[in-house]
Design a protein around this ligand. Structure first.
Ligand code: SAM
Length: 342
C-alpha cells in the first residue's frame, strides 16, 4: 500500500461500517417505525466469503477499522463465522459490532472466541414500559442480560449508545450514566438525527449537546472535556468523580471535516456518507468477475472524488424536515438507516 487513500477534502479511507442484514427485531420510532418494509432481495445479500473478500480489498486501501452493523447484525445466522474471517485479517486493528443486545447474552462468548475486539450496545432507556413504547417490543430484560454478558465474556471497552429524544428519554441521562458505571461501560449520548428512517423527526425533539451538558452539570457539578486527537464521532467528558461519557453531536455540531467513515450495505452498495442518496455498487462488478485491481480502482475512484459533508449540509438548511419521507424510503430501501447501518 502506498500511503492513505484521501478524498477531495484530505480525509483518509479508514473506517468501514459493514451492514450484514437489513432485518431488525426492534421497531424503534426514530429508525424503523413501520412493521413491514421493502426488504433487500435475499440473493443480493453478500455471503460471508464475499463480504470478507471486499473487506480485504478495502484493507489494501487503508481501511483498518471495521464495525459490523445492520439492521440487527446478530440476526444474521452464524455471524461468528464472518467475525472469524475478519479477525484473521491482521490489518484490521479494530473489529467491533453495534447491536441492540437482544441476542447478545447467548452470543457474546462465541463472538469473543471468534476474534471480535469490541462491543457497542444501543440502549435508549432503562424503563421496561418506555422500552416497549419506543421499540414496540418487550425486550429490555434481554438487552440488559446481553449487556451483562459482555464483560463476562472478557470484552473490555463496552459502550452504550443512547439516542436522546426530547419528551421520550431525555430525563434518563443521569440514570444511564450511573447504569453504565455499574456495568462497567461508557455511555454515549447521540443527538437525534434526521436520517432516512427517522420519518417522525423534528428539530424540537433534538436535545443538543449544549443542553445535555448543562443538565448534567446541574446534576453533577463541573464537567471537564477530555482532549483527544481521534476521528471518533464522540466528544468525551469527565464528571467530577472521574466517570466518563461521550456525546455524538451529529445534528447540532457535525464533525464532517474529520469523517473517515463509509458504509457497505448487506447487498454490497457502498455509501460515502450517512446522508448520501446514492451508493456505489460493488456487488455487481464483483459478482460480474471484477478482480481485486478493478475493485480497488472503483473504490479509490469513488473515495478520491468524495466531497460529502452531509450532516453539515443538513445543518445549513433553514427549515429542517426529515431527510426522506416514507414514500421515498419505500421506493429505495437503501435510504433507510436500517439498510445502511447507523
Ligand atoms: N441494530 C443495531 C443497534 O441497534 O445498534 C445496529 C443498527 S442501528 C441502525 C445503529 C445505531 O443507529 C443505533 O445506535 C441507533 O440508535 C442509531 N440510530 C438509528 N436511527 C437514528 C437516528 N434517527 N438518530 C440517531 N441515531 C440513530
Amino acid at each position: 500500500m502506498s500511503g492513505p487513500t484521501l478524498d477531495r477534502l484530505g480525509r483518509p479511507l479508514r473506517n468501514l461500517r459493514l451492514s450484514v442484514t437489513d432485518r431488525c427485531n426492534l421497531r424503534c420510532s426514530y429508525c424503523m417505525p413501520e412493521e413491514e418494509y421493502v426488504w433487500l432481495p435475499r440473493g443480493d445479500i453478500l455471503t460471508f466469503e464475499e463480504a470478507a473478500y471486499l473487506v480485504d480489498v478495502f484493507a489494501d486501501l487503508g481501511v483498518d477499522k471495521v464495525r459490523l452493523t445492520g439492521g440487527e447484525p446478530l440476526l444474521r445466522q452464524g455471524l461468528e463465522r464472518l467475525v472469524a474471517q475478519l479477525g484473521a485479517n491482521a490489518r484490521l486493528r479494530d473489529l467491533a459490532i453495534t447491536t441492540n443486545g437482544i441476542l447478545l447474552a447467548e452470543r457474546a462468548a462465541a463472538l469473543r472466541t471468534a476474534g471480535l475486539h469490541r462491543v457497542t450496545v444501543s440502549l435508549d432507556t432503562l424503563r421496561p414500559d418506555r422500552f416497549r413504547t419506543l421499540t414496540r417490543r418487550d425486550a429490555l430484560a434481554q438487552v440488559l442480560e446481553g449487556i451483562a454478558a459482555v464483560p463476562r465474556a472478557g470484552f473490555t471497552g463496552l459502550k452504550l449508545d443512547t439516542v436522546v429524544i426530547r419528551g421520550v428519554n431525555d430525563d434518563e441521562l443521569a440514570s444511564l450514566i450511573e447504569f453504565g458505571r455499574s456495568v462497567p461501560a461508557e455511555v454515549r449520548f447521540i443527538e437525534y438525527m434526521d436520517v432516512g428512517g427517522a420519518t417522525r423527526w423534528s428539530m424540537d425533539q433534538v436535545v443538543g449537546r449544549a443542553e445535555m451538558l448543562e443538565r448534567l452539570e446541574r446534576r453533577y457539578g463541573r464537567i471537564e472535556p477530555i482532549v483527544e486527537t481521534t476521528t471518533a464521532p464522540a466528544d468525551r467528558f469527565r464528571l467530577p468523580d472521574g466517570t466518563t461519557f461521550g456525546i455524538i453531536s451529529s445534528t447540532t455540531a457535525p464533525f464532517c471535516a474529520d469523517c473517515d467513515r463509509s458504509r457497505l450495505t448487506a447487498d454490497g452498495l457502498w455509501y460515502l456518507c450517512l446522508y448520501a442518496t446514492r451508493g456505489i455498487d460493488l456487488r455487481g462488478p464483483f459478482r460480474g468477475g471484477a478482480g481485486p485491481e478493478e475493485l480497488k480502482a472503483l473504490i479509490t475512484g469513488g473515495w478520491r472524488a468524495r466531497t460529502d459533508r452531509g450532516a453539515e449540509d443538513r445543518l445549513a438548511l433553514g427549515n429542517r424536515q426529515p431527510l426522506v419521507q416514507i414514500g421515498g424510503l419505500k421506493r429505495d430501501p437503501h435510504l433507510e438507516m436500517h439498510t445502511r447501518g447507523g
